[in-house]
Write a protein that binds this ligand. Structure first.
Ligand code: CDP
Length: 816
């Protein structure tokens, strides 16, 4: 039966396709309190697990006495490292080819490390059980920064590792050292900067947790857990627990924020699995806020020391960077195997610089594992922060206007595709246009006049610029893998007989709105209204393989897989349409939502009619059904660009600074959902502001984590957060099927430098080159008053200067 459909073209925006600011469908359950998180999972006979954590940062364990805990009524199991070792699970491999203690056996290596856990009928009894465990520690000296870690007499932290004689976690270098050295010889001016990107915590509102359910009858293990990468976790569990992968099901339900915190495999997950296997019952572990803030997923903590070779006219000839990253006791963050320090070498990718060299060294310290990609594409945040702070310092050294210096060095439109000095292929962009749009929007020239007038009246105003590109969408299988698994993603699409569809993706949303926006991609490709498409994710038994959602890779990779699978569906629907319209396939044309006969547009078949035919009226010999899958291995990363500008005013009496204006110009290619994209940018700018202004989590000389609570580590509310003025440029990605580039992290990555540069601009007359983040009022006041850099490194002063160890240039002060 062929029923000609109407010829009026579909309005893509109206049906929720690309470009529609469609309201987020997932919000309907979230705002009604109907989200379903791990802690909402309740299974029959479920027991509860709590973790005993180390109070010391570095200590040998002499003994662990669990006898009192076992005697508490309601306690079912007390798990120690010794017991876990009997199952070969006291240690586990990490996602970066290191090993990590699941439960400490020999030593504790950071404050908050997991020492034992107790399973009981309820979490309160389990907590009592933890308190009843007696651990005899022999304290050892703590190491809390790379300088201490690399000292000749430093205590050896990883004495568990055969052949490990020092605290070096890795060494890595990239670029042309000789070419760079030659370029430096030709420089008119060499500009130098050293800074510390402080340790920070993604701090999602929901902490980590898992419910492990091992069914001894079927041998199947189901784990409900807070993970951004369920498929990789399944592989990791198969490797760590040596269970058959087909009998492991990972379900990642709604997630209350991930931001990179929920990528690693934490001991808590492994312990809940082991306890469930040992007890034959479901075991729930829900981490508390202190546990989350003290032991999981720290990011950054990198010391960057670099220099730019400059010609007097402002041209950058070369860049050299030395990086030291503090990984804590275990190298457990996930970085692509080839790149030990992630994508740090994307630094300066938006500038035309012929030579560059980076050398990096990682340190083991007595801190919780660090280095996670907190809203960041593997260390890109540190790269872009250093880049934009260095550019600011270089322009100042040359006495050149900040905007003009960037103008002279940014890649020009005709230079794309451009191979950077570190080997990346930056594919497209309109960098100059973004910069000019931003300058115009903020009124740069007028501001400079206003700034001078204000200064004459004793007011300190400053403007900061940050221009950046970011490699998003790892990866391509040539270069990117984690644990040997190549970084691609898959999507599966089923169109039902009535034309409604279900899309299953390997990516996992943690608040980004994939259930909304991925449907829009299908709508764009097939013309099925977005409201008729359900997006499923987060259950390894029910979704195709994916490497997970982090590093803004969902749109570049899973989004591309979605477009590709929709195109496969369209190809089959074309054959069905030809059959329905009784013409050959070559005579069938496509417009959004329908096929029609070439030359006779009124004779057509809608995509819904094709779907019906796939189940009820297919041509002879055609396999029934309308479903398919696609694996997408991206040819390159996507390269969004952004220009962020901030205007601040500093109170000269107190060092408190206020943000007066923020302008953002983002080019993330084609925007699937402009409203969602704007939300991502505003969220990122908020985090950038918080990082630069108020977030402080560090360690004292004893390795005590200072600031692991929301009184010290501040989350900005709507009250503190400045308003943002957003602008757009669109350069479609030349290789992504719908021209989209990632965007989720850009503002968090590029934003901090705009705020810090603005503060430094406001005190430019003092000659201060650097204040390390966070720019707390006392630091700004000290810099401004004593006209010196304030570059601090942990440990912080705790009630006296005795413990302070500065690693910064002379004149720096201890943080705190
Ligand atoms: O991997 P993640 O989802 O964190 O980052 P992303 O791929 O940059 O996407 C963040 C959100 O913005 C998703 O809901 C995307 O679908 C949406 N987005 C968009 O609408 N248009 C773009 N060009 C990029 C992202």
């Amino acid at each position: 039966m062929t029923k000609p459909s109407g010829t009026k073209p579909l309005d893509e925006i109206r049906i929720g396709g690309i470009g529609a600011s469609r309201k987020r469908v997932e919000d309907s359950r979230f705002i009604r309190g109907r989200g379903s998180y791990v802690d909402d999972v309740s299974l029959p006979g479920m027991l509860h697990m709590e973790i005993l954590r180390s109070p010391l940062a570095h200590a040998r364990i002499r003994s662990i006495d669990t006898s009192k805990a076992w005697r508490i009524p309601g306690v079912r199991l007390v798990l120690t490292g010794e017991l876990a070792a009997q199952r070969n699970l006291a240690w586990m491999p990490t996602l970066s080819y290191d090993t990590q203690a699941v439960l400490a056996t020999d030593k504790v290596r950071f404050q908050g490390q997991e020492v034992a856990c107790v399973v009981a009928d309820n979490p309160y009894v389990a907590k009592d059980g933890c308190e009843a465990i007696v651990v005899d520690y022999e304290p050892l000296p703590a190491v809390v920064n790379p300088e201490q870690a690399f000292a000749a007499d430093a205590p050896l932290i990883r004495d568990d590792k055969e052949g490990q004689a020092d605290n070096v976690c890795y060494r890595w270098e990239v670029g042309d050292a000789d070419g760079t050295a030659r370029a430096f010889e030709q420089a008119d001016v060499v500009s130098r900067l050293r800074l510390h990107y402080p340790r920070s915590h993604p701090s999602p509102i929901e902490c980590c947790g898992s419910v492990a359910d091992f069914n001894s009858a079927t041998g199947k293990l189901t784990v409900y857990m807070t993970t951004q990468a369920p498929h990789i976790i399944r592989a990791a569990v198969a490797l760590v627990a040596e269970l058959p992968e087909h009998l492991i099901r990972i379900v990642s339900p709604d997630i209350g924020g991930g931001f990179g915190n929920k990528v690693p495999v934490y001991p808590g997950y492994v312990c809940s699995i082991l306890c469930s296997i040992l007890l034959g019952k479901p075991v729930k572990w829900i981490e508390d806020k202190s546990g989350n803030l003290i032991s999981t997923g720290f990011a950054r903590d990198m010391y960057l020391d670099g220099e730019l070779a400059l010609r007097a006219d402002g041209k950058i000839l070369a860049v050299r960077i030395r990086a030291e990253s503090d990984h804590g006791a275990f190298f457990s963050d996930a970085q692509p195997s080839k790149f030990k320090i992630g994508l740090l070498h994307s630094a300066f990718a938006c500038y035309d610089i012929p030579y560059g060299h980076i050398s990096a060294r990682g340190a083991y310290t007595n801190k919780a594992p660090g280095g996670v990609a907190y809203r960041c594409s593997f260390r890109v945040t540190e790269a872009m922060y250093f880049q934009e702070r260095m550019v600011h310092a270089a322009a100042a050294d040359l006495g050149m206007d900040q905007a003009e210096f960037r103008r002279r060095n940014l890649l020009r439109d005709e230079q794309f595709p451009h191979r950077t000095a570190f080997g990346f292929l930056v594919d497209s962009g309109q960098y100059g246009r973004c910069l000019e749009l931003g300058l115009e929007a903020i009124g740069y020239q007028d501001f400079r006049r206003e700034q001078r007038d204000a200064a004459a009246r004793g007011r300190r105003l400053g403007i900061g610029i940050s221009t950046m590109t970011e490699p998003l969408g790892a990866g391509n299988s040539r270069e990117y893998d984690i644990l040997g698994i190549k970084m691609f993603d898959a999507a599966e699409l089923r169109v039902h007989p009535t034309g409604k569809a279900i899309l299953k993706i390997g990516a996992k949303t943690q608040g980004q709105g994939h259930e909304t926006t991925f449907a829009q991609i299908v709508t764009h490709e097939l013309g099925i209204p977005a409201a008729d498409i359900l997006v499923e994710h987060g259950d390894t038994d029910n979704t195709p393989f994916g490497m997970g959602t982090y590093a803004s890779r969902s749109t570049p990779v899973a989004g591309a897989a979605t477009a590709m699978v929709a195109r496969k569906i369209r190809a089959k629907a074309r054959k069905l349409a030809a059959h329905l319209l009784e013409v050959s396939e070559e005579d069938v044309e496509w417009e959004l939502g329908r096929f029609y006969v070439r030359g006779a547009p009124s004779r057509g078949a809608s995509i819904q009619e094709c779907a019906a035919a796939a189940y009820g009226n297919m041509p002879d010999g055609m396999e029934p059904g309308l479903e398919n899958n696609a694996y997408y291995d991206p040819p390159n990363l996507t390269w969004p660009f952004a220009c962020y500008l901030a205007i601040v005013e500093i109170d000269p009496e107190t060092g408190v600074w206020d943000v007066l204006r923020v302008v953002a110009v983002d080019d993330c290619g084609v925007r699937i959902n402009p409203m969602v994209v704007e939300g991502q940018i505003m969220g990122g700018l908020t985090e950038a502001y918080a990082m630069s202004n108020m977030q402080f989590i560090t360690f004292d000389a004893g390795g005590n984590c200072v600031g692991s609570n929301y009184l010290d580590y501040l989350l900005p509310t709507a009250w503190e957060t400045p308003g943002f003025e957003l602008h757009e440029v669109c350069t479609p990605s030349p290789h992504h099927p719908i021209g989209a580039k990632g965007v989720g992290e850009c503002a968090a990555v590029g934003g901090p430098a705009a705020f810090v540069n603005a503060v430094l601009d406001a005190i430019a007359d003092t000659g201060v080159r650097n204040i390390d983040m966070p720019l707390l009022p006392d630091r700004v006041w000290e810099a401004m008053t004593y006209r010196r850099d304030v570059s601090g490194a942990p440990p912080v002063r705790t009630g006296g200067a005795a413990h302070t160890t500065d690693t910064a240039d002379a004149g720096g002060s201890g943080a705190g």
